[in-house]
Ligand binder design. Sequence first.
Ligand SMILES: CC(C)(COP(=O)(O)OP(=O)(O)OC[C@H]1O[C@@H](n2cnc3c(N)ncnc32)[C@H](O)[C@@H]1OP(=O)(O)O)[C@@H](O)C(=O)NCCC(=O)NCCS
Length: 159
Amino acid sequence: MQFRIRTASLADVPGLAMIQRDAIDAIDDGSYAPEARRAWRNRPAEELRALVAAGRYRVAEQGGALIGGAGWQEAEDGGTATIRAVFVHPSVHGQGVGAALVSAIEAEIVSRGIARLIVPAALNAVGFYERLGYAPRELAEAEFDGVRLAYRRMVKQAA
Ligand SMILES: CC(C)(COP(=O)(O)OP(=O)(O)OC[C@H]1O[C@@H](n2cnc3c(N)ncnc32)[C@H](O)[C@@H]1OP(=O)(O)O)[C@@H](O)C(=O)NCCC(=O)NCCS
């Protein structure tokens, strides 16, 4: 499948938020109860907007249409980066878009001299990150809109 990856602009945020909602709605492996998915999908787009504004969000597009995105954030210690908000539209799942987005983000992180990567992985996405070389660590919880969502911390030493 042909697609290209570019740095996101603020004009992309509404379209990205829709892709996120569609991607979360399509999770059907029982990882999360409907109430948890609802809280996750309704999460405001502030985090996404902040990543885009910082120049740390990449999008994938096909024929001018957005099909996914991924971002990152640097920890205060300067030696660790957290992969954030990785989403691919369900109509193109399983065609390498997510892997290409994470790979582009990783290359950018490494080019800034950061080698330790962390991802707070949604439970449905643990296998995806394992495929990309991330090792599973402990379970943790986030709270969205008063609803607790479990996730798994995963780590990778780059380069
Ligand atoms: C997780 C997600 C980003 C994967 O995107 P994708 O474009 O479908 O993934 P890719 O096609 O690049 O997959 C790369 C590899 O991981 C595998 N893979 C993808 N999703 C997987 C999953 N849920 N479990 C196990 N393996 C998976 C693919 O089979 C592929 O393996 P291969 O290299 O042997 O062919 C996408 O399913 C998604 O948006 N999910 C909903 C939102 C979400 O959970 N985001 C993650 C938040 S932490």
